[in-house]
Each structure stands twice: as C-alpha cells, then as structure tokens.
Ligand binder design. Structure first.
Ligand code: ATP
Ligand code: MG
Ligand code: MG
Length: 515
C-alpha cells in the first residue's frame, strides 16, 4: 500500500513541517494511516503523528476528522469530560512521493483498553478500574453529545486509550533500551566465547544470561522469562515508568503500543552455554537472531507487564483514559452514513435501520463496561445456516433485555425483514431463551448478588433498546455505582435523565434551510 494514493513511506529521522517534527519510531497503523512517535523540536517534547494516506477519499475523511477534533478544542475546556478526549495539537500537509498527506499531531497515549482486557486474560478488570473508566468515558460522552453536538459512533475498547503519566520518561527508557541493544549486538559480534553447545529447550532469556556470564557483560537480563512487577529494569537502577498515579509508584507500566509486532521477537529455542562465535557457522545467524530478540527484551518487558490485581490496588491508584479515534464521528445535524458502529457495540436502532443519534454511543458504553467487567463481549452475534448476524444480534438482545418495542420496529427501515408482521416474533429465530443480565453476572461470571444487582442497575439505564428512552451520559455519571470511584469531575444533572433536552439524542437534527 506504499503506492500513489497510499501510505507515505515515512522513515525514522524524517522531518515534517519544515524542521519542526522528527520521526522517532512507529507507534501503530490503521486503515487510513500510519502513526508515528515524533519529536516536536519546537516544544521539545514527543508527540504522536498520524500520517494519512493520500487518496482523495482518505483525505476527505481526514478533513472531517480534523473539523470534529477542532470542535473539541474550541469547546468549554472547563467541562470535566474535555480532558478525557484526545487532543489535536497541530495539523498540516506533507508533500511526499505518493501524493499530499494530511498529518495530524496528537499527544502521545498508551495502550488501548482491548490490550488491557487481554492482559487481564479476558477475566475482567478490577471493578475499581471499571468504575473509573466508566465515569471518565461518561463525562467525555456528555461533553461530546451535549456541548459539541458530536456522535462518536465507534465507542469500543480499542478506541479508549490509557493516558501516559510521563511520556518523556517512557521515551527515554525505550531509547536507552535501543542503545543497549545496539551495544550488546556489537559486543556479541566481537567477543570470543569458548566451546559451544546448542540444544536444550529453554527460553531466549536464559541464553542471554549465560552469555552475560561468559562474557562478563553487565547483567542486563533476569533469568526469568517474565519480569515480576516490582523489578527494576535494564541497568537495575532505572525504575519502571508508571502511568498510574500512585503514591506507592510500585507497578504498572504501559508501552506506547502493543498492537504492532516487534521485529526480531521470534524466540529462538535452544540454549547456549559456552560457545565460540566463529564455530557456529550454521547456527550463527540463529544465535544472533535470538540475541536480537533478547536484547529488545526491555521493550518486551514493557509488553509483558502484568497488571495489578484488585487486592494490590492502593486507594489512590487511578487509571486515566482518553477517548480517541474521531475518524468515524459525525455531527448531530450531519450524519455521514447510517452504516455506523462496530458490530458488537451496535445499538438495536442501527441494526434495524431506524433513526439514531447520540444515544447510540450510550448503548456502546454499556457493552464496553460489561466487557471490561467480564473480559467477554456482551453481544457477539454469529451467522447461522438459516439466520444472519443481525437476526442473531436481535435475538441476543431480546434474551438479555426483553423485547424490542414494536413502535421502534414499526418505524425502522429493516424491521419487516427481521420480524413477522406481528412485530414480535423474529422471522428466522424461534425459541429464545431469556437470561437476564443480573443472572448472567451471577451465574456465568460469579459476581456476588450485591455487585450483580448494582451493575445491572447501572447498565440497564444504557442498555435500553428504545434510543429515545436511553439514559444520558451526565445523568449516568452520577449513578451511585460510581460514587466511590475516585475520579474528579461532576456535572450537575440528575440520574435518570433521558436526553430530553439534548438535541440529536435519538435522531439526526434537521437544519432549517432559508430560501
Ligand atoms: P482505523 O482503521 O482504526 O480507523 P486509523 O488509520 O484512523 O485507523 P487510528 O486508529 O487513529 O488510525 O490510529 C492507528 C493506531 O495508532 C492506533 O490503533 C494506536 O495503536 C496508534 N495511535 C493512534 N493515536 C495514538 C496516540 N495519540 N498515541 C499513541 N498511539 C496512537
Ligand atoms: Mg482506530
Ligand atoms: Mg480511524
């Protein structure tokens, strides 16, 4: 895709906007862009730079994204949700060999919530974190919906990113690791070690340990494949940078990105106790390969950190997040498409092809919070031989939450495709097995009755099939379940409000044209 209209073949060290930004390393990529860590030489700090593919449609989408992001920047920064949305710092055109690329500059953020869910092995995050995330996401949604007039339309774990406590410290840390890696490879190339033996099945980390000993290298690695949370890294003197605000400052590292596979991480299996580099011939390259995989282990360790368990959390530990990727967002008075939301987070009105608005984000927030609590999708529809994904999706919604109001089905574009003319029975799925949310939480996920009851009380305000009756973000942010969550910020609004005064809450706002 590095062709005309495609990605810009960016490289480390390349300058942008004159000499202002210098690329440091790749952070990630998406359908529209590649995203780079860059040094802002004017403000002397690091930023994330999104370089958009140059083809016309990508360009146009990017221009919309910039307009939406600019609206956030120009809307009341005092609102407590403002700080939980990604911030556009700069944007400009860059002339490359594959065309003109729009570049957007953001603050550098950490991992997304999907990778956090994975780190908790799909068993759910500690409730305390979920409450904190819920509160921040709801405050952000209130800001977006009520103050900016924007619908995000793609709320999901991948689009909520952890804030980094100290970007410069983490960048420094990775740069040191890289230096160390280069240094190490240089020394391995030039060092003779006596008598080689290859064969034992062991992890690459063990190999490095024995090489360290043989060569009297400074001990850089632990013998263990995994880094325990409280260990210090690399030189043994540099503590792990922590994005968690915690007095104890004892754990929690976040890498800049975990989506990308690191080069050279393929583990070489086999141990090297003592060996002579010059005798290795065939194995030489494999050994070097394994060494390069070891020497990036600083990064790997960042990738391997284990998140804290509930009982290890201090009272003032707080996990801060930001909503990112406004790439699919739209205006309450200008929906760019009706084909919105990622499947698992898609609201019933969108599935049915009825009118939708801000409240579709609230549905997604409900799905997101359930997923954070349990590590599983709330709805994960699949296609069968006799029914579609949409059929299954609607059936799952009904099983969990009860019937979808007939009035909604009646006014929807596709209702008749899914439902018999009674607007009650699905055409292709009979025998629904009701399993209400509270029971699911207790029976499948083993929450206590109290927890399950409270969670259900909270989530059922969001998981209202009728988009008009769904509770709004600010009201929900004051729900009692979030009382003890330790997140600052309050919007004066009663729990239970249902977007009555929010324009575009459940349908696109028509602009009046004066002729
Ligand atoms: P999509 O296909 O999701 O629409 P996209 O091309 O619009 O992709 P983004 O989702 O904005 O791009 O970014 C792609 C990836 O780059 C993200 O998944 C993330 O890993 C990384 N990334 C984006 N923004 C940042 C940031 N501010 N800080 C750190 N990493 C980021
Ligand atoms: Mg994205
Ligand atoms: Mg995008």
């Amino acid at each position: 895709d590095y062709i005309p209209g495609g990605y810009h073949p960016a490289y480390i060290g390349e300058y942008y906007k004159g000499k202002r930004y210098k690329l440091v390393r790749k952070l990630g990529w998406g359908h529209f862009s590649t995203v780079w860590l860059a040094k802002d030489t004017e403000d002397n700090k690091h930023v994330a730079m999104k370089i958009v593919r140059s083809a016309k449609n990508y360009r146009e989408t990017a221009i919309d994204e910039i307009k939406l992001l600019s609206k956030l920047n120009h809307t009341d920064p005092e609102h407590p949700g403002h700080q939980h949305l990604v911030k556009l710092l700069d944007y400009f055109d860059h002339q490359g060999e594959n065309g003109v690329h729009i570049c957007m500059v953001f603050e550098v953020l950490g991992e997304n919530l999907l990778s956090l869910i994975r780190r908790y092995k799909h068993k759910g995050l500690p409730i305390k974190f979920v409450k904190q995330i819920a509160k921040q996401v709801l405050l952000a949604m209130d800001f977006l919906h009520r103050l900016c007039g924007i619908v995000h339309t793609d709320v999901k774990p991948e689009n909520v990113l952890l804030e980094l406590e100290d970007v410069e410290q983490i960048v420094q840390f990775l740069e040191n690791a890289q230096k160390q890696r280069k240094e190490m490879l240089k020394r391995v190339h030039s060092t003779r070690v006596s008598s080689a033996s290859l064969g034992d099945q062991t992890s690459p980390i063990d190999i490095s340990a024995s090489i360290d000993e043989a060569n009297d290298f400074p001990r850089t690695m632990s013998r263990k494949g995994r880094l325990s949370r409280r260990q210090t890294l690399i030189t043994g003197s540099q503590p792990l940078p922590s994005p968690l605000r915690s007095k104890s400052n004892s754990f929690f590292v976040s890498p800049l990105d975990t989506n990308q596979t690191l080069p050279g991480t393929t583990p070489f299996r086999g141990s090297v106790s003592n060996f002579d580099m010059e005798d290795l011939s065939d194995n030489h390259s494999r050994v070097l390969e394994s060494l390069s995989s070891i020497s990036i282990s600083a990064e790997q360790r960042l990738h391997q950190w284990e998140p804290p368990k509930a009982e290890e959390l201090a009272d003032d530990d707080i996990l801060r997040v930001k909503i990112a990727d406004l790439g699919n967002a739209c205006w309450i008075y200008n929906h760019f498409t009706d084909d919105v939301q990622t499947r698992q987070y898609r609201a019933p009105e969108v599935i049915l092809g009825a009118q939708w608005g801000c409240s579709c984000d609230i549905w997604s927030v409900g799905c997101l919070i359930f997923e954070l609590l349990t590590g599983d999708y709330l709805f994960d529809p699949t296609e069968g031989r006799s029914f579609s994904k949409n059929d299954d999706h609607l059936a799952q919604i009904v099983e969990l939450l009860g019937p979808i109001p007939q009035e909604l089905i009646a006014v929807s574009r596709n209702g008749k495709l899914f439902y018999h003319s009674d607007l009650q029975r699905l055409r292709r799925i009979k025998n629904l097995k009701p399993w209400p949310l509270q029971n699911v939480l207790m029976e499948k996920y083993k929450f206590s009755e109290t927890d399950a009851h409270e969670i259900t009380d909270f989530l059922s305000g969001m998981l209202v099939p009728d988009p008009k009756k769904r509770m709004d973000a600010a009201g929900l942010s004051n729900h009692y379940w979030l009382n003890d969550c330790n997140v600052e910020g309050y919007v004066d609004r009663e729990v239970g409000t249902r977007g009555e005064d929010i324009s575009g809450w459940y349908k696109e706002v028509r602009l009046h044209h004066h002729h």
